[in-house]
Design a protein around this ligand. Sequence first.
Ligand SMILES: O=C(O)c1cccc(C(=O)CC[C@H]2O[C@@H](n3cnc4c(=O)[nH]cnc43)[C@H](O)[C@@H]2O)c1
Length: 224
Amino acid sequence: MRVLVVTAVAAESESVAAGLTARFPAGRSARPGPTVMAGGVGPAAAAAATAAALALASAGGTPYDLVVSAGIGGGFPPHAPIGSLVVADAIVAADLGAETAEGFLSVDELGFGRTAHLPPAALAARAAGLTGARCAPVLTVSTVTGTAARAAELSGRHPRAAAEAMEGFGVAEAAAAHGVAVLEIRAISNAVGPRDRAAWRIGAALAALRTGFEQLSPLFEESS
Ligand SMILES: O=C(O)c1cccc(C(=O)CC[C@H]2O[C@@H](n3cnc4c(=O)[nH]cnc43)[C@H](O)[C@@H]2O)c1
């Protein structure tokens, strides 16, 4: 099985690749390790980059079997503290829909789309078990939450959500279009809530991401 890992930015890809190096040393592994790429920030960039990579691999006769959306993310207190990991049991487009006087309506409530992708439950549970991550819904948003009111609104609509980030749903849409399974794993850099960029702990989250992928390596080896 071939694995594609999609992050938003290069710093995240480098952490993922560093975590994978022990099990998959460059050029010295019997089996090819996961391919890691930075696809850009936000669901549209992530979907375009993922779809292109999946199509190229397919056309070349070496299709991927699993796509992993990975990177840092915001954690919903108290579910996901800074430095912890979350593996998605649902990848949810939290702001795809319509605002109405009665509240937000998702595209599936509107009847013209889908709002969530479900990773294979056993695979998500195994990934969470290997890494000590919480297994819970991860929200995809196009705008980083920056107020307590918005955080409360999202938590109200998605009470089990442990994290938000900006790419998972885009990666999952591309994977679904190609019939490929998807996972999402987030290392928490900040709390979802009032914007306080100075409080983001990006270094700690990137270190957790690296350790997480080191711990996930056996899963990818089984699957490679
Ligand atoms: O400035 C840096 O050194 C740096 C290093 C790695 C990553 C970044 C990013 O800004 C990544 C943006 C990426 O992070 C996700 N993210 C993180 N926290 C949140 C959040 O609270 N809400 C939504 N998304 C979040 C997101 O997926 C972005 O693509 C900077």
